[in-house]
Write a protein that binds this ligand. Sequence first.
Ligand SMILES: [Zn+2]
Ligand SMILES: [Zn+2]
Length: 342
Amino acid sequence: MRAMILPALCRLNENLSPLKLTTLSDPVPGPGEILVRVSVCGVCHTELDEIEGRTPPPRLPVVLGHQVVGRVAALGPGAGVFRVGERAGVGWIYAACGACEFCRSGQENLCADFRATGRDANGGYAELMVVPERFAYRIPDGFTDAQAAPLLCAGAIGYRSLRLSGLQNGQRLGLTGFGASAHLVLKMVRHRYPLSHVFVFSRTEAERAFALELGATWAGDTADTAPEPLHCIIDTTPAWRPIVEALRNLAPGGRLVINAIRKEDADRAALLDLDYPAHLWQEKEIKSVANVARADISEFLALAAEIPIVPEVQEYALEDANRALVELKARRIRGAKVIRIS
Ligand SMILES: [Zn+2]
Ligand SMILES: [Zn+2]
């Protein structure tokens, strides 16, 4: 099969082609696994964290990609949830132990043995992949493959972030960073919390304009002050400065939810500007989001179909995956990016 592999970790600003197009032998589904012929795979900021070593794959080379939509091509021994030919999706959660206190309470995203698609196992930047069938999802009709892919991570983690924010209808929500996940959160909020106003902070004019187009009440630069204090803010940036600015923009008792698997080191010194009375006092809270549980993905897919939430997508060919990653790093973003494989 054709695959884009990551042979070695590197800095994307020193190497614009971290992935190499190659041919690998076709994977064979083991017990309880399915073989998926990949149609499209979404591009996620987490790929940058893997390539640059902030959440490094334990073995190299690896096939990245964890927002996978395809058709079931074969069943491993004992697998029978899907039929051959059926459409299936795969998200960031590839496996978990199934026995620990977190797994038993539906919080398998916190399992110590959490394994991630496209990091701890080969993912979707390839023509084929295998996955345990318990960690694959039916894709609702009505979405094209390309529209469905960003729902599997950007959408599902946005759904989890919004849930953890505790937002109530009518409360003001801030979004700092406006990429694939945040644009889906905005669409979700407009339907689920119709009385809530959304305030978007972004460094780029294009993202601010896109947010206003999708119905944000206000859009400003990361360092701006929203016209009113905000009850909840969801951060999807790779940086620290937006955290400090977001805390300043929170209303008393407000909650900042950090939806980022890792932060970059470049502006870590911004944290020294934390001023206790301005940023933390008044019972402000900070909560991070770690991975996703299966329920986040299946519940969000159902919600997205019901509303419906249709992502804005930009397509790239498999051999152009490096360009998609470089453009993501440069925040040349409008909605979500997906790789077209077959
Ligand atoms: Zn992701
Ligand atoms: Zn577990």
